[in-house]
Write a protein that binds this ligand. Structure first.
Ligand SMILES: Nc1ncnc2c1ncn2[C@@H]1O[C@H](COP(=O)(O)OP(=O)(O)OP(=O)(O)O)[C@@H](O)[C@H]1O
Length: 237
């Protein structure tokens, strides 16, 4: 399939601090990528750099062949980059349904379709955002990203802080979105094994550089390799 995202030798960070030190990775249409690495490896910084929220130093980012390296964040969103931030941005004073209809854009993901994906949200459609449990808020945050009908969705730790039963529910939905529907995505996660199960490829970052890039299935099948790759920076630390 055609290339959707191409990041080449990206250097970026915050003001004077360089966090990403020459990151290259690519993603094809319909591909789901797990972005792994220890705390502070630079995962969130890579996501926010794709969104245009960090200080760019060098390198390039192309989306569907278009150079978006220096594009403003709102123009990247319009170009088709969707985002589910760690802090789950939902409107707390709007109902579940209003949270979705307020931002809906034409495309395959409609409000009835996301309700089908998350039956819990359908049941709570008239509840306000601040009346939802943490798990329901996460589902709503994902649903909001979907109804914007992005070409590529970036999810930052979607399983973080959820009860085990809700983790299973969100994972099942991610499986449907990424596997069955083939939405291109980058999923940052600490729960490596769970996210490897629903993605095609995995990139591991360490200290702002890519230390592994390969099929998710290979890492899942070899826990020792996964552990070794995630622990790279421990050597001599
Ligand atoms: N707003 C900021 N200003 C300056 N430095 C920052 C900022 N946000 C993050 N950093 C630094 O950038 C580095 C990478 O952080 P980042 O949050 O991207 O890592 P991460 O892999 O997402 O970690 P975690 O799993 O803990 O979220 C860290 O050293 C962090 O201290």
């Amino acid at each position: 399939m055609a290339e959707l995202l191409a990041v080449e030798r990206l250097r970026a960070g915050y003001a004077e601090a360089v966090v990403l030190d020459g990151v290259s990775l690519s993603l094809r249409e319909g591909e789901a990528l797990a972005l792994l690495g220890r705390n502070g490896a630079g995962k969130t910084t890579l996501i926010t750099s794709l969104l245009g929220l960090t200080t760019w130093r060098a390198g390039s980012i192309r989306l569907a062949g278009r150079d978006i390296t220096r594009l403003a964040p709102e123009r990247r969103a319009r170009a088709g980059i969707g985002w589910v931030p760690q802090e789950r941005n939902i409107f707390r004073s709007l109902s579940v349904e209003e949270n979705l209809t307020a931002i809906l854009r034409p495309g395959p993901w409609s409000v009835p379709r996301v309700f089908e994906l998350f039956p819990r949200l359908a049941e709570r459609r008239r509840n306000l955002g601040d009346q939802l449990s943490g798990g329901e808020q996460q589902m709503l945050a994902i649903a909001r990203a979907l109804v914007l009908n992005p070409r590529l969705v970036l999810l930052d730790e979607p399983l973080e802080g959820l009860a085990p039963i809700i983790v299973e529910e969100v994972l099942a939905a991610l499986g449907r979105i990424l596997r069955d529907e083939g939405l291109a995505a980058i999923v940052v996660e600490q729960k490596a094994r769970q996210v490897l199960a629903v993605t095609d490829r995995a990139v591991i970052l360490d200290r702002g550089t890519v230390v592994h890039d390969g099929p998710s299935a290979a890492l899942l099948a070899d826990p020792r390799l996964l552990e070794a790759r995630l622990a790279v920076g421990d050597k001599g630390a």
